[in-house]
Design a protein around this ligand. Structure first.
Ligand SMILES: *Cc1c(COP(=O)(O)O)cnc(C)c1O
Length: 381
């Protein structure tokens, strides 16, 4: 056997042994919360398409029309010839939704975080990251090469003490957090973070991947707060693909010049950009619809006597990876898809079921699901 194949086989065997191996499952999603997978039709509580816009007829029609008009691909990076006319419309809508001067769109949220953070900070600077921040924030922070400090989850006192101890040694300081935590569904204390940033001369950046379209009438988790760097994705509630930064005009211009994951990659396909534009128009005009995912999540937490959901994401921590997989299988047997989330996506010993609620979930399905989950809630983590 080739040494490379032996290496891969050994690594995979270790993952198998720890119940941590992942496998792809071809999944055909349909309008609403329904999908087909391994020959079965399931109601999914594991999609981030919170407003079900990826299958909305108006959004699809906009995407098809743009593909016919401008082609299937962008043909080059945005700074060369890939900046097709739809980009400007998308960036204006994002800036309007977030009430910022400007916005810049990236290929994905992952690309946004790995481009923005190193474009703004380097060796002479310090970055402060919430311990439960998304993997791509960590990737960006490591790429920056700045001194990197981790603060305890949502712990303003801990962050304040780290800033007090280290801020003096850094030229610039950047605080980065998820606005809505992707695996826990709780919210960052954005007002408190903004006050700390102000007090210590630091810049605050929030990742609104799970807030845009669903919190504060669709404006997202940082709306109305003093957050100069509002990053997010077009791949969740917006139902399409891409990442963005909403910020001042001069910061966006710097990002267009210096973020490597913006400069050295091809523009998004026109059909994808058109879908985001149509989704943002719908989000701007339908605040009641935007409130539905959180309302549905709260029906679920209420039925189980859990603290009220703060976002459309509700975790149920079960501990061992095997326990989370068994719980997933049990729900699947009843026609519900709820993906088990295991380390390293979440910390060791906190494997969980992660429920995500969408506007299209039927109340009857939510209460039937709650009935199945109730016995699991009693199990100590
Ligand atoms: C999903 C997610 C991303 C990545 O966005 P993509 O557009 O899927 O690359 C970034 N940050 C958070 C918090 C996320 O949940």
């Amino acid at each position: 056997m080739h040494s490379l194949d032996r290496f891969a086989e050994t690594k995979l065997a270790a993952l198998d042994g720890a119940a941590l191996r992942r496998r792809l499952t071809p999944t055909a999603r349909h309008p609403g919360a329904v999908l087909d997978r391994a020959g079965r039709r399931l109601v999914s509580f594991s999609c981030n398409d919170y407003l079900n816009l990826s299958t909305h007829p108006t959004i699809i029609a906009a995407s098809v029309a743009a593909t016919q008009r401008y082609g299937a691909g962008a043909g080059a990076s945005r700074l060369v010839t890939g900046d097709h006319p739809l980009y400007d419309a998308l960036e204006s809508r994002l800036a309007a939704l977030k009430d910022t001067e400007d916005a810049v769109v990236f290929g994905s949220g992952y690309l946004a975080n790995t481009g923005i953070i190193p474009a703004l900070t380097g060796k002479t600077d310090a970055i402060f990251v919430d311990e439960l921040a998304h993997a791509c924030i960590w990737a960006g922070a490591k790429l920056a090469g700045a001194a990197l400090f981790t603060f305890r989850h949502n712990d303003l006192d801990h962050l304040a003490s780290l800033l007090a101890a280290t801020r003096g040694q850094a030229r610039h300081a950047l605080i980065v957090t998820d606005g809505v935590f992707s695996m826990d569904g709780d919210l960052a204390p954005i007002a408190g973070l903004a006050a700390l940033a102000d007090a210590h001369g630091a810049w605050l950046m929030t990742d609104d991947a799970h807030g845009i379209g669903v919190l504060n009438a669709g404006h997202g988790s940082a709306y109305g707060e003093a957050v100069p760097l509002q990053m997010g994705t077009l791949s969740k509630a917006v139902g399409a693909y891409g990442g963005y930064l909403c910020a001042s005009r001069v910061v966006c211009d710097l990002i267009r010049n210096r973020a490597r994951s913006f400069v050295y990659t091809t523009g998004l396909p026109p059909g994808v950009v058109a879908a985001s534009i149509a989704s943002l128009d719908l989000i701007a005009s339908e605040p009641d619809y935007c409130a539905q995912p959180l309302r549905k999540a709260r029906l679920f937490t209420e039925a189980l006597g859990l603290p009220a959901a703060q976002s459309p994401i509700v975790p149920l921590i079960l501990g061992a990876a095997e326990a989370a997989l068994a719980a997933q299988a049990q729900l699947e047997a009843h026609g519900f898809l709820v993906a088990a989330i295991r380390p390293p996506t979440v910390p060791e010993g906190t494997a969980r079921l992660r429920f995500t609620f969408t506007a299209a979930h039927e109340e009857a399905d939510i209460s039937r699901l709650a009935g199945l989950v109730r016995p699991m809630v009693a199990v100590p983590a």
